[in-house]
Design a protein around this ligand. Structure first.
Ligand code: IPT
Length: 975
């Protein structure tokens, strides 16, 4: 018999968004439902209309089949950003179209007799076909929202049925789900079966305002069609009973059955002295709504957590509860290195907890609605959410935006998201999707949202880019991506700005990146009209892969990675690692956390930039402390003062944080008297949580603001008596160095250097393979001056080293003269290598984590110590990493305390690793690196900023390394 679901060929029919699917609503049916998660029978067909009949194997639900080792299944993940993985134009799909058939028995409880029985499939990509006992039940598209089907007439209470879910990988819908992530396929969220009374709450809409006014609109339905007489709803909020909306009843006074007849009921309350919800103060109330029959029996109950808050745009400001809040956001995909796209409650919670601990207060659900749990957690932990519809037609954006065949899909996807998520206080903005050009289909969806939910602004980058201030376009926010900071500031200063400017994506976190984040935040905080943005992105989407057979490890891989590093024999796969012909390489590794959620160094930078407490100018009376929050005081924080002395150690003293309202400042007396040694001194306030919070135990670090109390006074090295030994090539001979200090202008290109075109220029100039030629060696007293030339392919750098004996060692004064054509190089400095065994590093400077000239605001000055191997950051594609900014001096020592001490003339960029730049450049994955026994040490007179040129603006001119003369001095002593 032909299957009508297949006859329709719904995978090539964009007009068909669903068939037999129930309307979306905000009544949460997860608790009390029967889970159908677990092992299902599975077979993978080569096409949706291929016959089912092969041998069954087993697949986990939820789970994408591309991440599971299933017998007879060879469909693996593929990473492509913009390009579709096939050439067929929308709405067509390739003939080779993997289709997963999932099947299992369902036992329907006998006590469900007379009840309405519903199947919920949490998410399936990209087309879902549902059959029960061979009968067609429904179709759904929209890969990141649940689909529900009424099985009441199909299954028998007390009986057993066969449920088949057929999931087609490629479809017309794939063309509007062309997001920058791995392509997978399967059932990605839980499958449930539940029963309700035929008379039920079909939807509940909650509006809770900042002034304590609560409005609850209920929609009631009965399976029989006409509603039974006398039904009513009741509700309570934290024990406070809700009243019927009298105005609503009055409006229908001529026929008091009208509202009941339509299945509408409204409840109202005004909460006195309401505790309002914000991301800083996520106060929630418990709402219970009950539906009753005329005799009072309860037929249905719906529970909600309610946050009272307002979101409004006034002028060009986005206001939450009347305050112009800063949006410190991140773009977050659903990702897991073992499951691909299926994320658990614990995963989602861990994501948000980590973000909260690092100062983020906002998430854009890039680029599709997330699991409902994420919004529950955002309500509870406190995040502002830009909820984004599952629409990205990137590769065919222009054709699809106005294609009437896709009109229904656009409105369907946006409206279903809004219907599901409208009651979450965390959701403050709706987004129409991502990178899909701008057309009539967007306006249609925008029209629907604006009518249905006027309580929230709407944004869409594709519309906003038609004109940041254009009132006609479907975006209430100017939400560009990767806009140059100067353009944002200019717009805010132009007098033409009409909408809040919040970048939907900025500061691309690919590899060693996020340079100039501090400059962005300085401008945002100083410029009315700028309100923040969303960093791209949270995750490095590296998939844990077995190197020998190239398979994803899958669910069993927990424990095969630690602290960002995969165990031997495994690696973090990125585009191309699964044998994909077409792929976009490491562009998928562009997050602020590694695939195992280990924070990258940028997280520490972000934490400091979002510090709720800051220190300012030091005066004789004390230091100014300020509260940089919007809604609360400092009572949830505890502090400890720390004094870091260049000529001494570190002193600590307990700190009493002042009682400050948001925006308030106070001058606090200096907790320490400065010693009389004239040395550099820094005051740090170590701020931690004062009590256990849902997202952080007491004592969790929140920020470490710092001010300099005293600048360093330059001191002359006492003259020494030793000799300087120079070999025939004019190179320093030193018992602890295996490679003498030489000039370096090269770094292993970062992703920004590569994709921004800098690395290509450097290679063209020959900076990666400079040829050194000794010019002269001149002995003067005990000192030696060595002149050398370093020739690239297009220019020559003159380099001078003056070696002078000083007490206990040698001072090296260096000068490099870069020709005009080397007008933007990676670094100018010295590189040398040490003997093996010097594995401990102590330094006075910025730290403890990695920092670079344009990403150093989060690394306070102080005395730091770690093992050399801990300095290196294992970016998925090896590149320059492990640098420390603002280093004044350091020692590299063996356990027996032998080693070297280096003192720099001024704070410099230093790196100590096991790898030469060429070692890092030669490999494509971290697991291929072979550490050297000794240390490779770089001391840089100048080091280029990191910028974000892999997708967006490069670093600022002030962080470039210019041609001309560079001078630096350092002393080298044996310990
Ligand atoms: C932009 C996308 O919106 C995002 O999904 C991601 O691809 C990001 O860039 C880069 O990683 S689109 C880009 C072409 C500007």
């Amino acid at each position: 018999m032909t299957d009508p679901l297949l006859t329709l060929r719904p995978w090539e029919a964009p007009e068909v968004t669903s068939w037999g699917r129930l309307p979306m609503n905000a009544v949460d049916r997860r608790s009390g439902a029967n889970s159908l998660d677990g092992d299902w029978r599975f077979q993978l067909l080569s096409a949706p209309d291929a016959p089912v009949g092969g041998p069954w194997s087993t697949a986990s639900v939820p789970g994408v089949w591309t991440m599971q080792t299933i017998e007879g299944t060879a469909d693996l993940p593929q990473y492509l950003n913009v390009r579709m993985p096939y050439t067929e134009f929308p709405p067509l799909s390739p003939a080779d179209n993997p289709t997963g058939v999932y099947e299992r028995e369902i036992d329907v409880p006998a006590e469900w007799a007379g009840r309405r029985i519903v199947l919920q499939v949490g998410a399936a990509e990209s087309v879902l076909l549902v059959h029960v006992d061979g009968r067609p039940v429904g179709i759904s598209k929209d890969s990141h929202l649940a689909a529900e089907f009424d099985l009441s007439g199909v299954v028998r209470p007390g009986g057993r049925s066969v449920l088949r879910l057929t999931v087609v990988k490629w479809s017309d819908a794939s063309h509007i789900e062309d997001q920058d992530q791995w392509w997978h396929a399967g059932i990605t969220r839980s499958v449930l079966l539940y029963a309700t009374d035929p008379l039920r709450l079909a939807d509940v809409t909650v509006r809770a305002a900042r002034d304590g006014e609560l409005r609850v609109d209920c929609q009631v339905r009965d399976s029989g069609g006409a509603l039974p007489a006398g039904w009513y709803v009741s509700g309570e909020l934290d024990g406070l009973p809700l009243g019927q909306d009298t105005e609503f009843d009055l409006a229908n006074a001529e026929d008091e059955r009208v509202s009941a007849f339509l299945g509408e009921a409204r409840l109202r309350a005004r909460v006195p002295e309401v505790r309002t919800w914000t991301a800083e103060t996520p106060e929630l109330y418990d709402l219970t709504v009950r539906l009753h029959r005329a005799d009072g029996t309860v037929t249905d109950t719906s529970r909600h957590r309610v946050g009272f808050r307002d979101v409004r745009i006034v002028g060009r400001d986005l206001l939450v509860n009347g305050e112009r809040v800063f949006i410190r956001g991140v773009n977050r995909h659903d990702f897991h290195p073992l499951t691909g796209r299926t994320v658990s409650y614990d995963d989602m919670r861990a994501d948000l907890v980590l973000l909260k601990r690092f100062g983020f207060n906002a998430v854009r659900t890039a680029h599709y609605p997330n699991d409902p749990t994420l919004y529950d957690l955002a309500d509870e932990i406190g995040f502002y959410v830009v909820d984004e519809a599952d629409i990205e037609s990137h590769d065919h954006a222009h054709e699809i935006a106005d294609d009437p065949r896709y009109l229904n899909a656009f409105v369907d996807r946006v409206s279903r998201m809004v219907l599901r998520d409208k009651n979450h206080p965390s959701v403050i903005i709706w987004s129409l999707g991502n990178e899909s050009d701008y057309g009539a289909n967007h306006d249609a969806a925008a029209g629907w949202v604006r009518r249905h939910d006027p309580s929230r602004p709407l944004q869409y980058e594709g519309a906003a880019k038609r004109g940041w201030a254009d009132p006609e376009v479907a975006s209430d926010i100017a939400c560009p991506m990767y806009a140059p900071l100067e353009d944002c500031v200019a717009h805010a200063l132009s007098g033409q700005q009409t909408k809040p400017l919040i970048q939907c994506e900025y500061s691309h976190a690919m590899g060693n990146s996020n340079g100039t984040l501090a400059d962005h935040w300085a401008a945002i905080e100083a410029t009315p009209g700028l309100q923040g943005g969303f960093i791209w992105e949270f995750w490095d989407h590296g998939i844990l892969q077995r190197v020998n057979d190239g398979r994803p490890v899958g669910r069993g891989g927990a424990g095969l990675y630690d602290n960002a590093v995969a165990a031997p024999g495994y690696r973090w796969a990125y585009g191309g690692d699964f044998g994909e012909k077409d792929h976009d390489g490491a562009f998928i590794a562009d997050g602020v956390v590694f695939p195992d959620r280990t924070p990258k160094p940028v997280m520490y930078e972000h934490r400091e930039l979002s510090a709720p407490v800051r220190l300012h100018g030091v005066r004789p009376e004390g230091v100014t402390v300020s509260n940089h929050q919007h809604f609360r005081g400092l009572e949830w924080l505890a502090g400890e003062w720390e004094l870091s002395l260049a000529h001494g150690g570190t002193l600590t003293a307990s700190a009493e944080l002042p009682d400050l309202r948001p925006g308030g400042t106070a001058v606090v007396p200096l907790p320490f008297a400065l010693p009389d040694d004239g040395g550099e001194a820094w005051l740090t306030l170590r701020v931690t949580t004062a009590q256990d919070l849902p997202w952080a135990p007491r004592g969790t670090r929140v920020c470490t603001p710092q001010v300099r109390l005293r600048a360093p006074v330059p001191v002359e090295d006492p003259v020494g008596t030793g000799r300087v030994e120079i070999d025939a090539d004019g190179l320093l001979v030193h018992p602890l160095l295996t490679s003498a200090p030489a000039l370096s202008l090269w770094r292993a290109p970062t992703d920004n250097d590569e994709l921004g075109g800098m690395a290509l220029r450097w290679r063209t100039w020959g900076l990666d393979s400079l040829v050194r030629r000794l010019v002269s060696v001149r002995q003067e007293g005990d000192g030696v001056t060595v002149l050398a030339e370093y020739a690239g392919t297009t220019g020559v750098v003159r380099h001078r080293q003056v070696f002078t004996p000083v007490e206990g060692g040698i001072r090296i004064d260096e000068q490099a003269e870069l020709p005009a054509e080397f007008d933007d190089v990676a670094r100018v400095g010295s590189v040398f290598e040490t003997v093996a065994g010097l594995d401990g590093l102590d330094w006075f400077g910025q730290g403890p984590w990695e920092s670079y000239p344009d990403r150093s605001a989060g690394a306070p000055v102080g005395h730091h110590h770690c093992q050399v191997d801990e300095l290196f950051t294992p970016y998925l594609r090896p590149q320059e990493s492990g640098g420390r900014h603002g280093v004044r001096r350091f020692t590299l020592s063996a356990p027996d305390a032998t080693g070297i001490a280096v003192t720099l003339d001024e704070p410099r960029q230093v790196s100590v690793t096991r790898y030469r730049a060429e070692d890092l450049t030669a490999v494509t994955h971290h697991d291929e690196l072979v550490p050297r026994a000794g240390c490779v040490v770089h001391l840089d007179a100048a080091h280029r900023g990191l910028g974000t040129a892999s997708c967006g603006p490069d670093t600022f001119p002030s962080y470039l390394v210019a041609p001309g003369v560079h001078r630096w001095s350092w002393t080298l002593r044996a310990l």
